[in-house]
Design a protein around this ligand. Structure first.
Ligand SMILES: [Zn+2]
Length: 176
């Protein structure tokens, strides 16, 4: 199916995703479409809301060269691309500040504070419930994408000064 990436200002980006009850062929197709769209857009993650859907599913593929070598070693057990259905983040450890962007907020890159490491429980495309621990940039991507499924955008994490700095840019996005 063809989808457009939803842009900041679109109401669907503020919706809470609905849990997926069963891994149907439609859900598998949706996951494949999301991966294709993410790669085409050169993103490292995509949540269903970003293509106008409300199912609780997101996809992530963080390449090795985007990761700190230590984090990459620790993340090795996590198979990429990562398709996460009904994900739940828990057990945050530490904090880290780093640059983030979002396909739904084009050309906006800002530092955001996130947990340095998190655990995430999710259902995979085989219907199996899994729990993994992610570190560094991958942990950041998981937090960013699972936020989307709660209707939270990365600009919600900006400081008041950052919000002031990008206010006009966001206004333009909302209008377009
Ligand atoms: Zn995003």
């Amino acid at each position: 199916m063809d989808y457009d990436i939803t842009i900041y200002g679109d109401e669907i980006l503020r919706k809470k995703a609905e849990p997926i009850k069963e891994i149907t062929p439609e859900i598998k197709d949706l996951a494949a479409d999301m991966l294709r769209i993410m790669y085409e857009a050169k993103g490292v993650g995509l949540a269903a809301e970003q293509i106008g859907r409300t199912e609780a599913i997101c996809v992530i593929d963080v390449p090795e060269d985007c990761q700190d070598p230590d984090d990459y070693e620790k993340n090795k057990a996590i198979e990429m691309p990562l398709v996460m259905i009904n994900p739940e983040v828990s057990e945050p450890l530490g904090t880290s500040r780093g640059k983030e962007g979002c396909l739904s907020l084009p050309e906006l890159y800002m530092d955001v504070t996130r947990a340095k490491s998190i655990a995430v429980e999710y259902t995979d495309l085989n219907g199996e419930r899994k729990k993994v621990r992610a570190y560094g940039f991958l942990a950041r991507a998981v937090q960013h994408e699972t936020d989307h499924l709660k209707g939270i955008l990365f600009c919600d994490h900006f400081s008041p000064a950052q919000k002031l700095l990008v206010a006009n840019k966001l206004k333009r996005m909302r209008r377009s």
